[in-house]
Design a protein around this ligand. Structure first.
Ligand code: AMP
Length: 221
C-alpha cells in the first residue's frame, strides 16, 4: 500500500524538521561520519534521480525547480524503498522527510518505522535567505560552501574532492522565498503531529555550528 511505509525490521529513526537552510543536512552529514548514524536526505535522493534521468527524477524535476513539494506518493514510495535496503542496526536520521502530515502518518503507520523523536531546527527567515542565496554545493560529494562565510579555496572547485561547486537552481532568491512559504504552510501541522506522537525537541539552529552539533548529539544519545 502506498500510504504506508512498509518495512520489516525495527529501525531507530529521528526526523530533522526545519526550514531549508536551517543546517539540518549539514548536521546530519557530520553525524553520519560517526558509525552509528545513517543520513537519509530526500532532497539529495531526488537530485540524484534527476541527475541520473530516472523516471522519478523526470517526475520530480519541475516541482523542485519551482520550489514546490514533490507529490507525497512519489516521496513516500522513495523512502519506503530506501528504508527496506538499510542496515537496521543503525540510527537513521531523516533529513527533509516528512515534509507533510501525510508523509509523517505514512512513516508512523508501520510499527517498524515509528519515529523516536523529532528535532526542530529553529532559525529566523532573514538569516535563512542569506544562508541559502549564498550557499554553494559540490555536485560530487555534496560538501556545502558559502560565498561569504566559507568560500571554496579555489573558486568553483570543491576543497574536499575537487568536484564542481555550483549554486543550486532552487537556491535562487525567488525560489528560496517560495520554499520558505511552502515550509511555513506545512510546518505547524508537523510540529503538532510530533508533539502528539513523539517527543518533539526544539533546537536553536542560529547558534554556531559546533554548539548546534553538541546540543544535537546530546539529544540523540
Ligand atoms: P531539500 O534539499 O531538502 O531542501 O529539498 C529540495 C527539494 O526537494 C524541495 O524543495 C522539494 O521540492 C523536494 N523534496 C525534498 N524532500 C521532499 C519531501 N519529503 N516531500 C516533497 N518534496 C520534497
Amino acid at each position: 500500500m502506498l500510504n504506508c511505509v512498509d518495512v520489516e525490521a525495527n529501525v531507530q529513526i529521528t526526523v530533522f524538521l526545519g526550514a531549508p537552510g536551517s543546517g539540518k543536512g549539514t548536521q546530519a552529514k557530520k553525524l553520519s561520519l560517526k558509525n552509528q548514524f545513517v543520513h537519509l536526505s530526500t532532497g539529495d535522493m531526488l537530485r540524484a534521480a534527476i541527475k541520473n534521468e530516472t523516471a522519478l527524477g523526470q517526475q520530480a524535476k519541475s516541482f523542485m525547480e519551482r520550489g514546490e513539494l514533490v507529490p507525497d506518493d512519489l516521496v513516500i514510495q522513495l523512502i519506503k524503498e530506501t528504508l527496506t535496503q538499510l542496515d537496521s542496526s543503525k540510527h537513521i536520521l531523516l533529513d527533509g522527510f516528512p515534509r507533510t502530515v501525510r508523509q509523517a502518518e505514512a512513516l508512523n503507520s508501520n510499527p517498524a518505522t515509528q519515529v523516536q523523536q523529532a528535532v526542530l531546527f529553529e532559525i529566523p527567515d532573514d538569516i535563512l535567505i542569506e544562508r541559502l542565496t549564498g550557499r554553494r554545493v559540490c555536485t560530487q560529494c555534496g560538501q556545502p560552501f558559502h560565498l561569504k562565510h566559507m568560500p571554496p579555496k579555489l573558486e568553483g572547485s570543491c576543497d574536499k574532492c575537487g568536484g564542481q561547486v555550483v549554486h543550486r537552481s532552487d537556491d535562487q532568491e525567488s525560489v528560496v522565498r517560495k520554499r520558505l512559504e511552502v515550509f511555513h504552510s506545512q510546518n505547524k501541522g508537523l510540529v503538532d503531529f510530533y508533539s502528539r506522537h513523539n517527543s518533539l525537541r526544539k533546537l536553536d539552529a542560529n547558534l554556531p555550528a559546533d554548539k548546534v552539533e553538541k546540543l544535537l548529539f546530546g539529544i540523540l544519545q
